[in-house]
Design a protein around this ligand. Structure first.
Ligand SMILES: Nc1ncnc2c1ncn2[C@@H]1O[C@H](COP(=O)(O)OP(=O)(O)O)[C@@H](O)[C@H]1O
Ligand SMILES: [Mg+2]
Length: 299
């Protein structure tokens, strides 16, 4: 795995406020990495430091395994410093200006407008755009130099549900084009839906990091019921993939790991001549796990 960003023992103090407190992180190529935490937990501070807009109080970071340089900075697109678009100019003209400032030529303007779904609005002036379209144009501007890494800070802030869904789709599409994405968000739902990896920040400290999948799978279980409860129970006890069995009313709740799912259990029960009357897989959402992680940290 190729390291994109490595953060080591980063701290940032504002007087007595510890905005970041000894943060270490590793982000690898191809990830959609979510920096998750409540307001004021240090997300924007972290992004500001690795984009070289803010000076850390201590610690270091490396882009692509190298100390930060103007060379590495060019490989990172970001909407942290959103370009000031001219309201009376078209999307195309605005991107032309960005391309001049970034010295990256005009040949990708049509392509990035296409990527963000604004191709058919490219001649319309910026002021006629919805907030979601403005945000997508900002992403288009960040993508103009074709950077391998894109950083987004609270990309869906202020958007309506349609706008949010569009940005989510866009993030996934950008990832499918081979880019590494780093996004900061205070929304669990957002991180759960789009990110592959994440870290939770609280008061400038990292309190958890890992894959989203692991958190979601960590407490997967299947609810199952059958007419013949005893027969069901003996079959469940013999099932090699069970992690635990709990009784709940007339159902059993079977804990599983990520290797198997409800289809596998259904097949197994059929093979053992158990006819089920109810079978559903229960996925805990990140919110419950997030709250659990927070409470474990308090303990
Ligand atoms: N320029 C600043 N001066 C003083 N305190 C700041 C400044 N910028 C951020 N902070 C403080 O640092 C902490 C982290 O802020 P921030 O990184 O913006 O959090 P987040 O992006 O997670 O909401 C907060 O307590 C915030 O009030
Ligand atoms: Mg912020």
């Amino acid at each position: 795995m190729n390291s994109v960003l490595e953060i080591k023992n980063l701290s940032k103090n504002y007087g007595r406020i510890k905005a970041l407190d000894d943060l270490s992180l590793e982000i690898n190529e191809g990830e959609i990495f979510g920096l998750l935490g409540p307001n004021g937990s240090g997300k924007t501070t972290t992004l500001g430091i690795v984009l070289d807009v803010l000076q850390p109080s201590s610690g270091l970071y490396k882009w692509f395994g190298q100390p930060p340089s103007s060379e590495s900075r060019k490989k990172i697109g970001s909407i942290l410093e959103t370009p000031c678009f001219y309201p009376y100019l078209s999307a195309y003209r605005n991107l032309k200006i960005v391309a001049e400032i970034k010295e990256c030529g005009n040949n990708r303007i049509d392509e990035v407008l296409e990527w963000v779904g604004l191709k058919d609005r490219s001649d319309d002036s910026f002021r006629t755009f919805s907030l979601g379209m403005k945000q997508r144009l900002a992403i288009a501007a960040a993508l103009l130099p074709d950077p391998p890494v894109l950083i987004l800070d609270e990309p869906t802030n202020g958007l309506d549900p349609t706008g949010i869904a569009e940005i989510r789709d866009l993030i996934q599409q950008i990832s499918e084009r081979g880019k590494t994405l780093i996004l900061a968000s205070h929304l669990l739902d957002e991180v759960q839906k789009v990110c592959s990896h994440f870290a939770i920040l609280r008061k400038g400290k990292k309190i958890h990091s890992g894959t989203v999948e692991d958190v979601l799978n960590s407490k997967n279980s299947i609810e199952v019921a059958a007419e013949n409860k005893e027969q069901l129970h003996s079959a469940l006890v013999e099932w090699p993939f069970k992690q635990g069995i709990k009784e709940s009313g007339n159902k059993y709740i079977v804990d599983i790991n990520g290797e198997v799912n409800s289809t596998d259990l259904n097949k197994y029960l059929l093979e053992n001549k158990v006819v089920v009357s109810h079978l559903t897989q229960v996925k805990t959402n990140l919110e419950q796990e997030f709250l659990k992680i927070l409470s474990e940290h308090d303990a």
